[in-house]
Design a protein around this ligand. Structure first.
Ligand code: F6P
Length: 539
């Protein structure tokens, strides 16, 4: 399919068009069109997107839309919302949009309207959340639950942790969330060090309930609870979020306290499913519902807005533009909000697990690059670290700046400084500083090469009113659909993740070798590492 992609007239026209922009500068583009900021911006669901500081003209967008049309964007988008099995390699729908559908909306997959079931689970989560907040659910010794530890990894962790941090201003005052993902025992012992088992609840979040890291941590947590409170305490201190009722039962948990979801919810698309139980406990039922409403608003926008005003389509196509036509390898996510500190990490899984593929849906090797490397840190920290390379390095790194008009803290002054920095960074990247400007400022000739900023470094600015549960939902859904848009241009399955399997299998074999149960043959490097490790451990 990728060969076809390269040969598509729309693809070829984009390649030719790219050549025509080789020497065009952003200064020039802004001079040509004094209203460029207005012409290259869009607004929906409370998000204002300024994409005027991109290396593109109207013609570029039209060609990108042609490409999208030639890849049947609208039909494929509609297939996703219609619950079709668009995750071909796993034979599943990718129906996360149904998780945030309002009650009464009909969303069918496999002929079944799943919205009533989604709302049953939400009600179950809400009842449980209320029982913790009202303290009718108590620990085995009668103490109220104040500490909640989510044990899960990947999609069963990154979203809930990101949301807990992002919604700091909306937290319920009586409970505190903690997260254990890594199988490194240091994580669990660090988290439990200052916790009292009597007031701690563990949520074991795992779609499959087989993930090595999660199950190892879950058993260690079980031991921590039962050593302090006895075996009977398990049912008061553990609940599960999973699709695997059998495994939950085998762990010793009551399936009445299991919160389910279906196989059409991919791990990295699950923070708004029952996987969000910790989020609901952390911020309350009302805020969780507001977050779902934000997701849904963006779903509707993606489904209905014309491509020219469609935010996920615009973001997705611009990623394609730089990734495939400018050779950009990476994309930086730069939230100017302390509370969004984990948003880049969340997007890393969302984008890189979804679009880190090298074959198309037909199993043919791609001949073009697929998903870019996603990374980032909140501003302004990054400015004193890696921004140097973005400004003056040799690589082109498109950036997404995310900022909020209203601060959540009382003091406005630091917020003004924060936002001034965001706006200044986008300006500096785009327009740089020329040698002439430096000379006019009296900079010595010897210094000019070092202090010149070439500019032409593209960025999007996403300006949102305030960080709230609703706006968080819109932002996450915006990127979900942007990832989908990119994946369908490349013709890949954005909803499988076979690339994580091999490492899992090999780790199991090596554990068995370490325990002396097996002696699998390995390459020279692997055997040497294994032998050295075992020797140093005194085996
Ligand atoms: O990292 C691979 C992966 O399968 C992710 O897609 C998923 O989010 C994560 O593992 C955790 O899986 P589970 O929820 O089944 O424990």
């Amino acid at each position: 399919m990728s060969a076809v992609l390269c040969n598509l007239p729309a693809w070829r026209r984009l390649q030719e068009h790219r050549q025509s922009l080789e020497h065009v500068t952003l200064r020039q583009l802004f001079q040509e069109d004094p209203h460029r900021a207005g012409h290259f911006s869009a607004e929906a669901c409370g998000i204002y997107l300024d994409y005027s500081k991109h290396l593109l003209r109207r013609e570029t967008l039209n060609l990108l839309f042609d490409l999208a049309h030639s890849r049947d964007l609208e039909a494929r988008r509609d297939a996703m919302f219609a619950g079709e099995k668009i995750n071909h390699t796993e034979g599943r729908a990718a129906f996360h949009a149904a998780l945030r559908a309002p009650r009464g909306m009909v969303m069918r997959t496999g002929g079944v309207d799943v919205v009533p079931e989604v709302h049953q689970v939400l009600e179950h989560m809400a009842r449980f959340t209320q029982s913790i907040h009202e303290q009718s659910w108590r620990g085995a010794t009668g103490q109220p639950i104040r500490q909640i530890v989510n044990i899960g990894i990947g999609g069963s962790y990154l979203g809930p942790e990101m949301a807990w941090k992002a919604l700091r201003a909306y937290r319920h005052t009586d409970v505190h969330l903690h997260f254990v993902a890594n199988v490194d025992g240091a994580t669990l012992s660090d988290v439990t060090a200052n916790l009292d088992p009597a007031e701690t609840l563990f949520i074991i979040s795992s779609k499959t309930f087989t993930t090595l890291e999660t199950m190892t941590n879950a058993h260690a947590a079980r031991h921590w609870i039962t050593s302090a409170l006895g075996e009977d305490a398990v049912s008061r201190h553990f609940v599960a979020v999973s699709t695997n009722a059998e495994a939950v039962k085998a762990f010793g948990m009551d399936t009445e306290h299991m919160f389910g979801f279906r196989d059409w919810v991919g791990g990295r698309y699950s923070m708004d499913s029952a996987i969000g139980l910790s989020t609901m406990l952390g911020v309350g039922v009302q805020h969780f519902q507001e977050m779902l409403a934000g997701f849904h608003a963006m779903d509707m926008h993606f489904q209905n807005a014309p491509l020219e005003q469609n935010l996920p389509v615009l973001l997705g196509l611009m990623s394609i533009w730089y990734n495939n036509f400018w050779g950009a390898q990476t994309q930086a996510i730069l939230p100017y909000a302390y509370d969004l500190a984990r948003f880049p990490a969340y997007l890393q899984q969302l984008q890189m697990e979804s679009n880190g593929k090298s074959v198309d849906e037909a199993g043919q090797l791609l001949s073009v690059d697929s998903g870019p490397i996603i990374w980032g840190e909140p501003g302004t920290d990054g400015q004193h670290s890696f921004y140097q390379l973005i400004h003056q390095g040799t690589r082109l790194i498109p950036c997404d700046f995310i900022g909020f008009c209203h601060p959540l803290s009382a003091s406005a002054e630091p917020h003004e400084l924060l936002m001034a920095n965001l706006i200044a960074q986008a300006e500096a990247l785009a327009f740089g500083k020329t040698a002439e400007e430096l000379r006019a400022e009296g900079v010595s000739e010897a210094q000019v090469p070092f202090r010149t900023f070439a500019g032409n470094r593209p960025s999007s600015v996403l300006l949102v009113d305030a960080l709230s549960p609703h706006s968080l939902g819109t932002l996450v859904a915006l990127y979900e659909h942007s990832v989908f848009t990119q994946g369908l241009i490349w013709g890949i399955d954005s909803f499988d993740q076979w690339g994580v399997e091999l490492g899992k299998v090999l780790a199991q074999r090596i554990v068995s070798d370490m325990q002396g149960k097996t002696q699998h043959p390995h390459d020279g490097s692997t055997s040497t590492l294994l032998e050295r490790y075992l020797r140093r451990r005194g085996h």
